[in-house]
Design a protein around this ligand. Structure first.
Ligand code: ACO
Length: 333
């Protein structure tokens, strides 16, 4: 469908998290850790983990359906679905399955992989289609189930992650653009800091022809490196995105960072001189849900009535790749 080609508004949000809850105390039965260590080092108390009969596509469709309803639209109105995930049900992509579950019969759908930066990268991608007038109504979903890939014997990483999905609906508008500014970066030199990588074994198909066959291996992470990277790069990328938006930190109503660690969130807010009351955080309840963390936090704050139409939100995702990015946007029509 041809759009208006000017700008976009973010007019609906939704989220879905699994009902199973793993507390810090539960984790201390699994690995040598304690509730006190996890809470003081990360701010996390629990995480929601999908049971074996829940798929990433299910959670994504639930979040998207709630966002479409809030936007006052029906699935048949949607032109494009972008699913940001690193844990698709199918390596060929899960977005088309989400399209089917939603019955979004007019939509084209594809996956986008950028780990915990996935939601911000997908939101910016949606804006390009809307600004060019190619598509008018786009659903952006951030969803991950890292519980599938966590090494549950590694106490330095298994304490961090939870499962979930969050979504927004973006719509083309004629006279202004509510994506006020953005900035995105990658640095493959630090790729080894955080991986969920393929490992293969040699397989001979015929004499002189050897290929690799294998599977993905559990997450490995250099926590200190990722921590240092986040605290250095996130304030910088937010400032660049604000510069592009012709705004300053004083103009921000809310800061929603990727929910990786409470200490990272506080360090970034303090570096940007953003007061604690403007910072939205929910990792106490959900841990790090990767691409889902920003839209879940946004959805909760909107439904609680904290975030009001017209509010300016600074969001920033960061993680494996390494990748990082920021999007400054105005909530609502
Ligand atoms: N319980 C108890 N002790 C622990 C645990 C645990 N769960 N994990 C590590 N320790 C120990 C270590 O063994 C170490 O002991 P030692 O001093 O005897 O060697 C000590 O605690 C300190 O370890 P550090 O790794 O220095 O702990 P740190 O304060 O850095 O916290 C953490 C670790 C929480 C992982 C932190 O580095 C962090 O949050 N990093 C960022 C990670 C992140 O955000 N990753 C996701 C990015 S998003 C994505 O793309 C998926």
């Amino acid at each position: 469908m041809k759009g208006l080609g000017a700008g976009m508004a973010i007019i609906g949000c939704g989220s879905a998290t699994p009902s199973q809850v793993m507390t810090n105390k539960d984790l201390s039965q699994l690995v040598d850790t304690s509730d006190e260590w996890i809470r003081t080092r990360t701010g996390i108390s629990k995480r929601h983990l999908a049971s074996e009969d829940v798929s990433l596509s299910d959670l994504s469709a639930q979040a998207a359906a709630a966002a479409i309803k809030m936007a006052g639209l029906t699935p048949a109105d949607i032109d494009l679905i972008i699913l940001a995930t690193s844990t698709a049900d199918d390596l060929f992509g899960s977005a088309a399955k989400v399209q089917e579950l939603l019955e979004a019969s007019q939509a084209v759908a594809f996956d986008l992989t950028a780990a915990c930066s996935g939601f911000v990268f997908a939101l910016v991608t949606a804006a390009q289609f809307i600004r060019t007038g190619t598509y008018q109504r786009v659903v952006v979903i951030g969803a991950d189930m890292l519980s599938r890939w966590v090494d549950w014997s590694d106490r330095s990483s298994c304490i961090l992650f939870g499962d979930g999905a969050g979504a927004v609906v973006c719509q083309g508008i004629a006279d202004h653009d509510h994506l006020l500014g953005f900035e995105m970066h990658s640095d493959g030199k630090q790729h080894d800091s955080l991986n969920l990588s393929y490992q293969g074994k040699a397989k001979t198909l015929k004499e002189g022809m050897v290929i690799s066959q294998g599977s993905y291996q559990p997450i490995t992470m250099n926590g200190r490196e990722v921590y240092r990277f986040a605290v250095a790069k996130v304030p910088e990328v937010i400032e660049k995105a604000l510069f592009r938006a012709d705004l300053t930190t004083d103009d921000i109503d809310w800061l929603i960072l990727h929910q990786a660690n409470q200490r990272i969130i506080e360090a970034v807010a303090s570096r940007l001189k953003i007061p604690a009351e403007k910072v939205i955080a929910n990792l106490d309840e959900y841990g790090n849900t990767s691409a889902a963390s920003i839209p879940i936090a946004l959805d909760e704050a909107v439904r609680e009535g904290k975030i009001q139409p017209g509010d300016i939100i600074a969001s920033s995702g960061f993680g494996a790749g390494l990748t990082w990015g920021a999007a400054i946007f105005r909530w609502g029509n």
